[in-house]
Design a binder for this molecule. Structure first.
Ligand SMILES: [Zn+2]
Length: 263
């Protein structure tokens, strides 16, 4: 992209886009967790709009400004005064940091575009897994579509067949290696360590990260698995915790680092 925008304007644009994508992540995580349609246009008209999770009141423009609405209403719904969980602005800030992190290494290059749109889906998957211990197929499939677009774009711009082979091998190897490890652990520990959703998510993760970095991904996911277990257990007040968040964070970290090579 032409270098016409001053850096601070780029940063503000990316941060704002991150917050908006964070609102979108909140909405899809909520609807996915409650089995609701994303863009329901049939049945009750109010389904097509965002609503208060407590009273179901349809939210207006003032209620939907990321982070600002939550701070101004002091974390309460303007209609029913019931508290709106702090995780709503947390998800928006998480998404903003996610977008800024990618911008930091990819700069304002076109590579950045598909990855920015991946952020809300990764954030939504993260929270649905924390809440329900599932990685919904629909969200994983969208990540797969974005991953395929990204890999093809890199392939066509670099004209390097190795990029394509590395990605395709990753797409097969990641689920296979983690699946085999989960199978062995299940035999030894007599309990399932990875769910089917985790294994499915590893296909787009492998496609994006690539075969070359499989061992790095394994180590990173292991370390983050231990690190995320403590806060997630505390948040859920349960000994059982999902492994998806560490798989998602590992992929994100690897994608940020990849930006250094792709510029
Ligand atoms: Zn309300």
């Amino acid at each position: 992209m032409p270098d016409t925008l001053p850096v601070f304007i780029e940063i503000i644009c990316i941060a704002y886009l991150g917050l908006i994508l964070g609102s979108f992540a909140t909405a899809i995580a909520y609807r996915e967790a409650n089995g609701e349609s994303w863009f329901s246009l049939k049945g009750s008209k109010s389904n097509a709009w965002s609503k208060c999770p407590q009273c179901g009141h349809r939210l207006g423009f003032v209620d939907l400004i990321p982070v600002v609405s939550w701070v101004l209403s002091r974390g309460k719904c303007r209609h029913c005064s019931k508290p709106i969980p702090v995780r709503y602005p947390v998800i928006e800030i998480m998404s903003m940091i996610g977008c800024l992190g990618l911008y930091a290494t990819y700069d304002f290059e076109f590579y950045l575009v598909p990855l920015l749109f991946l952020v809300p889906f990764l954030v939504a998957l993260f929270w649905v897994d924390v809440d329900l211990m599932i990685l919904p197929d629909r969200l994983v499939a969208i990540c797969g579509g974005i991953a395929a677009f990204f890999v093809l774009y890199v392939f066509f711009t670099t004209d390097d067949t190795r990029v394509l082979i590395d990605s395709l091998l990753g797409m097969v190897a990641y689920p296979a290696v983690f699946g085999a490890a989960a199978f062995i652990m299940t035999k030894i520990l007599k309990k399932s360590a990875l769910g089917m959703g985790d294994i499915k998510f590893l296909a787009p993760a492998g496609l994006l990260a690539g075969m070359d970095i499989l061992s790095v991904y394994l180590i990173l996911a292991g370390i983050l698995g231990v690190l995320t277990a403590i806060p997630i257990r505390k948040y859920k007040d349960s000994v059982i915790f999902p492994f998806g968040p560490s798989l998602i964070l590992s992929l994100y970290i690897i994608m940020v680092c990849k930006g250094f090579y792709l510029q």
